[in-house]
Design a protein around this ligand. Structure first.
Ligand SMILES: NC(=O)c1ccc[n+]([C@@H]2O[C@H](COP(=O)([O-])OP(=O)(O)OC[C@H]3O[C@@H](n4cnc5c(N)ncnc54)[C@H](O)[C@@H]3O)[C@@H](O)[C@H]2O)c1
Length: 391
């Protein structure tokens, strides 16, 4: 029997909003989820206008409070199955808390909140309510990120010695925020972005990528938080040197002033028997560099079930790719994979069955607590001459 299509409600996304677009495509990717309603803007009149002019019919709400009040009273099957929060950072905590208290699962953008204290409070509420909660750490949704994680955590290259996880951009190499550009305006405002612009916006992705691929935790942080553009209120260049749970070290770094770099997120992991490299701008490929000088290149959907170096590759992992190799899976597919995994947990929740938001398929609320603590530790360290700060 065909599955009931899950209904999704949006918080944010009207006007010239950015990240709602890849998300809503990803929601519709498999035909098993669809957007049905939304509170799309902070201005109630505009919220209704944007809903009326949405690309396909959806029900508009004047505010997320109205949406939650209306949806919470409906039985499962008639109400939204989950909400997607795609508002600026300072409008994550309040709707997320209210949705969780209403028993509605939440898929939320990163960074989770604007302070670690808020993130801890939210995580407590999620644990108490036992409601699925996911965070949109996009890049762990690439199949090749999942493959890289399997290679490193199963010890194919031996123990991790060092890693460099980076996210370089150039779009804030001028004072774009002074032009009124929507996305730059709130990201450079501490009241709306939190304690860090560059670290919160993209350093959190580099941090999550490091933890996801290596399976290791960051235990202490030395931070150098810099602002290159005069007059800018928050950082545009964010560098940390971290101690990991196995005693090894890692760079987690991000920049928004590196002209020419677009969304240059990548990771290099140096292990005892070889190194692994992956870049999201070339996300079909995982490269292993061996001591002999040989480079092994593994292409998504072309990895053999039995490989002469890796041995047996798990069938369930191989089965997760969606199209043959050479037809490129990319950013939208990564988002879709996260929503696909989240859907499994939402269906289990609806059926009163166990589910696990354990961070192995999409980031959990506890990953969000960790990225918020990481940002605060980095800022604290930077203010204290980069002395190590424990997480
Ligand atoms: N995962 C990723 O790869 C990724 C990429 C970009 C942005 N993001 C995150 O997504 C979030 C949104 O970023 P963006 O660039 O799309 O921002 P944006 O400014 O383009 O869009 C924000 C949207 O939220 C709406 N909004 C603001 N306050 C609201 C309220 N009270 N009620 C309803 N709607 C409200 C705005 O009207 C707008 O539609 C941020 O937290 C950002 O860090 C994540």
């Amino acid at each position: 029997m065909a599955k009931r299509v899950l209904n999704v409600g949006l918080v944010g996304g009207g006007g010239g909003a950015f990240i709602v677009n890849p998300h809503q495509k990803a929601i519709h990717f498999d035909g098993t989820r669809r957007v049905v309603c939304g509170a799309l803007h902070e201005d109630p009149v505009k919220a209704m206008e944007y809903a009326a002019n949405w690309a396909y019919p959806i029900k508009g709400y004047k505010s997320y409070d109205d949406m939650i009040a209306d949806q919470r009273s409906k039985p499962v099957g008639q109400r939204i199955d989950y909400a997607l929060i795609v508002t600026p950072n300072f409008v994550h905590f309040d709707p997320a808390m209210k949705l969780i208290k209403a028993g509605i699962p939440v898929f939320c953008e990163k960074p989770l909140t604007i302070t670690a204290a808020q993130a801890v409070q939210l995580a407590k509420a999620v644990d108490q309510a036992k409601v699925p909660f996911g965070i949109a750490h996009t890049y762990i949704g690439h199949w090749t990120s999942r493959f890289a994680r399997w290679i490193i955590t199963s010890g194919k290259l031996g123990a991790v010695r060092w890693a460099d996880s980076y996210y370089l951009q150039g779009w804030l190499a001028t004072r774009l925020e002074t032009t009124g550009q929507q996305q730059a305006s709130w990201r450079t405002d501490p009241k709306r972005a939190g304690a860090s612009c560059c670290g919160g916006d993209i350093g959190t992705h580099a941090f999550m990528q490091l933890r996801f691929v290596t399976g290791l935790e960051v235990v202490s942080v030395r931070g150098m938080i810099e602002t290159y553009l005069k007059g800018r209120q928050l950082d545009d260049h964010f560098t940390t040197y971290c101690e990991l749970s196995n005693g090894c070290k890692a760079l987690v770094r991000a920049s928004q002033i590196c002209i020419g770099h677009k969304n240059d997120l990548g990771i290099e992991v140096a292990c005892e028997k070889g190194s692994l490299a992956w870049r999201q701008e070339d996300a079909e490929l995982v490269t292993l560099r061996m001591p002999s000088g040989v480079e092994r290149q593994y292409w998504r959907a072309a990895v053999p079930a039995k490989d002469d170096f890796l041995g047996d590759v798990p069938a369930d992992l191989l089965g997760e790719t969606t199209i043959p190799s050479g037809h490129v899976e990319a950013f939208h597919d990564a988002f879709a994979r996260l929503h696909r995994f989240f859907e499994q947990d939402v269906r289990a929740y609806n059926d009163c069955k166990p589910f696990k938001c354990d961070g192995t398929r999409y980031a959990s609320v506890h990953d969000g607590v960790k990225h918020m603590k990481f940002i605060e530790a980095a800022v604290k360290s930077a203010k204290a001459n980069s002395r190590p700060v424990k997480m």
